[in-house]
Design a protein around this ligand. Structure first.
Ligand code: FAD
Length: 700
């Protein structure tokens, strides 16, 4: 009996063991060992900044392919490398992200409502969008401070949040709770890609700058002596602060609010000061680039637009090659603008810094002859930027325009830029009123000529920079206003001897807003001339776009290359444009701005198939921010750009004329800045009061 019972028990035991063994196979929950491995190399803070419930959740996300090696927001490069190694991936480097406060208003933004008891930004925002008059500015109740788990944000003395870059993990908690979008998590790529939006804190100068440089920010950085930071801010938008600091007609200063009090802040002189500081230090500041993507892009034309496009593309990790028809880069900065305004050694230094980022250059390669859009495609270029400028001269359409001794101003300036014989004589007439005309005239004076500049309107209507007009006057260029050429008179050898012109009077304003010149019948007069330079405008030379007589791109009615004005994409999806080729003759800063804009679109085209922009993109000046007076601001004199050489010495040398302001003057000029936001500005700077620099702005 006992034996039978034992046998039964053994049988039950055996059956149970078999069932358990089978069940363990069926019900076994497999956990990928890599989850534990990944979790073990994460920072272990369980902060949730990655968006997963703790580090275990993040590790699972990585192994399931839902999160990348950079999942850990506080881990840095080393943690990401370890995660990548476990996952059998390669990791080069992680872009540093940081919370960025785009509001300088804080307590300076006026209240429009008083809410008793609602002391949370989100709660206030629900009530007619909050207490502040400024629709975009910080409400100042510090909801972001409470949301930050890392103690990286505090409310600064000026009533807006201040981020400690050393503590910020870019987890995004602050960004999520801010109802006004004042805080954004930024990395270098995002900053390069960003276009001004109407919801940004755009001071008037920032709205007007065609390069979209964050002017208030770099002025504030200079005021604190952070010159390297200022240059980094400028280079997020444009790569040529040295050149632009010398030649920009600074449209930003025209809308500077201080202009309503005394004179606008010397914004461009502050920029030049910072740029010269770097060059004079003898050391280049590092410029960061994203890891190599290996994507090849052709940049056609190495002027400001092409250089800027190549620079931004390189910083975004791509491999641009510049194809340039001339023996050196720089476009009109080199072959148009004369040495006394922009010395070639300074231009060379600046361009070298751009090329050194790892940009290939093919010199003396003419688009349309040496290579075409098709050949670029065959050579593996995934996208093309066309920025060949506007080098075709308009003609006067008058008798004997082809005579010997008659040439265009740009041909003359290019010869001077190349250092070759110009053939200039002694009695020179320059026809035109823009920058090219003035540069031609002043260069002619330096080559020993007596120069008369003939313009069909008056000095007030001249499109040239005012500084240039004055400079030419100081150098004894004779102005002949209200005069239009009607005929070139020649001798027997077909060489110019005179220019016949007709006197003009001004009528009603035309499309350009300037008063229309009207000829005065019978007023024809002769002026002696042995050399004539015409400078009445240029347009792009588009014949290079045609292959076998056809062209898939669109030409506008202004004979520029047609493209979407926001994305700069042409009719061919992989072809983009910018600069004078797209806008017609404009400014260096416009060309630089378009270069970055095109690089941004190319980056999107390569990664997301199509370029796109935000619905909030700022295109016009924002009306309600354009004040006509700014009360409660005391007078402060504007610094003066020093002259490096005396006026009477100038006419026999090509040495640079204008110097940089000193460090003390730069600081003084930054103190004149009203630190404008959209609607706020510093009201408390009364006459003679010492300028107090805002020490609490810590953002990198
Ligand atoms: P560009 O500077 O013209 O560069 C185009 C590049 O493309 C050149 O390097 C050219 O060699 C190359 N290229 C042309 N055709 C081909 C081809 N088929 N294949 C390959 N490469 C080609 N602006 C200011 O802001 N301030 C000033 O003081 C000022 N002064 C000026 C003075 C003069 C005399 C001139 C002419 C212009 C001035 N400008 C000034 C305007 C400014 O220089 C231009 O707006 C700016 O240079 C445009 O840049 P970009 O790159 O579009 O064109």
């Amino acid at each position: 009996m006992i034996t039978a019972s034992v046998l039964v028990l053994l049988g039950i035991g055996f059956t149970a063991a078999v069932i358990l063994a089978v069940a363990s196979k069926v019900l076994y929950v497999y956990e990928d060992p890599r989850i534990a491995q990944v979790e073990s190399v994460l920072a272990g803070a369980n902060c949730g900044g990655c968006g997963y419930p703790g580090c275990a959740g993040a590790a699972q996300g990585v192994v399931e392919g839902k999160a990348g090696a950079t999942v850990c927001v506080i881990g840095g490069d080393q943690v990401a490398t370890n995660v990548a190694t476990i996952m059998g991936l390669e990791f080069s480097s992680m872009e540093k992200q940081i919370a960025f406060v785009d509001c300088t208003g804080g307590t300076r933004a006026e209240d429009v409502y008083i809410y008793e008891g609602a002391k949370d930004c989100r709660a206030q925002h629900l009530l007619y969008s909050g207490s502040k008059m400024c629709p975009e500015g910080c409400l100042g109740y510090g909801t972001c401070v409470t949301a930050c788990q890392f103690g990286a944000i505090e409310m600064g003395p000026n009533g807006y949040p201040v981020v400690d870059p050393n503590l910020c993990t870019a987890c995004g908690g602050c960004e999520q709770v801010c109802p006004r979008g004042v805080i954004t998590i930024w990395g270098m790529t995002a900053r390069i890609m960003h276009l001004n939006e109407t919801t940004d804190c755009l001071a008037p100068c920032r709205q007007r700058c065609p390069g979209q440089i964050n002017i208030p920010r770099y002025i504030e950085q200079v005021s604190r002596g952070d010159y390297a930071g200022a240059l980094e801010t400028i280079r997020e938008r444009i790569p040529m602060p040295l050149s632009i600091g010398r030649v920009c007609p600074h449209p930003c200063e025209d809308v500077c609010r201080r202009g309503h009090v005394d004179e606008p802040v010397g914004i461009n002189m502050i920029k030049r000061f910072a740029a010269d500081w770097e060059m004079n230090s003898g050391q280049r500041l590092p410029i960061s680039c994203a890891p190599d993507t290996g994507r090849k892009i052709a940049v056609v034309g190495g002027g400001p637009a092409g250089l800027s496009c190549a620079f931004s593309l390189r910083r975004l990790g791509h491999n641009p090659t510049i194809f340039e028809s001339m023996p050196a880069l720089g476009g009109q900065l080199r072959y148009g603008i004369p040495e006394y305004r922009l010395p070639k050694d300074i231009l060379n230094w600046e361009i070298q810094g751009i090329i050194d980022l790892g940009i290939d250059v093919e010199y003396e390669k003419f688009f349309g002859t040496d290579f075409t859009l098709n050949s670029l495609k065959k050579d593996g270029y995934e996208a093309v930027f066309l920025g060949i400028g506007a080098w075709m001269n308009m003609t006067l359409r008058i008798e004997n325009e082809e005579a010997k001794g008659v040439e265009t101003g740009t041909e003359f300036l290019t010869k001077v830029g190349l250092g070759i014989e110009t053939g200039i004589n002694k009695k020179v007439v320059v026809i035109g009123g823009g920058n090219t005309a003035i540069d031609t005239a002043r260069t002619g004076v330096r080559l020993g000529a007596n120069v008369t500049l003939m313009y069909r309107r008056t000095r007030d209507e001249m499109p040239a920079n005012i500084e240039e007009i004055i400079g030419a006057e100081e150098e004894n260029v004779n102005y002949l206003f209200l005069a239009a050429p009607t005929r070139i008179v020649t001798d027997d050898s077909d060489h110019v001897t005179h220019v016949e012109y007709i006197e003009m009077e001004l009528g009603e304003p035309d499309d350009s807003g300037r008063r229309r010149p009207i000829p005065i019948e019978g007023s024809e007069t002769l002026i002696e001339a042995d050399t004539v330079y015409t400078a009445i405008g240029q347009k792009p030379e588009l014949s290079c776009l045609y292959e076998n007589g056809t062209c898939d791109l669109e030409e506008t009615r202004w004979r520029t290359l047609g493209a979407d004005s926001d994305t700069l994409q042409t009719a061919l999806p992989h072809v983009f444009t910018g600069g004078d080729m797209h806008t017609g003759p404009a400014l260096v800063i416009t060309a630089l701005g378009e270069g970055r804009k095109a690089a941004r679109s190319i980056h999107q085209y390569l990664n997301e198939d199509a370029p796109h922009i935000s619905a909030n993109t700022q295109r016009e000046m924002i009306d309600y921010t354009m004040f006509t007076n700014v009360p409660d601001v005391g007078l402060r004199d504007r610094s003066k750009m020093p002259n490096l050489i005396e006026c009477d010495e100038r006419t026999c040398t090509f040495k640079e004329i204008e110097g940089a302001i000193s460090e003390a003057e730069a600081k003084h000029e930054t103190c004149r800045c009203l630190r404008c936001g959209l609607t706020c500005y510093n009201r408390d700077l009364v006459d003679g009061q010492e300028c107090i620099v805002d020490e609490c702005v810590k953002n990198p």
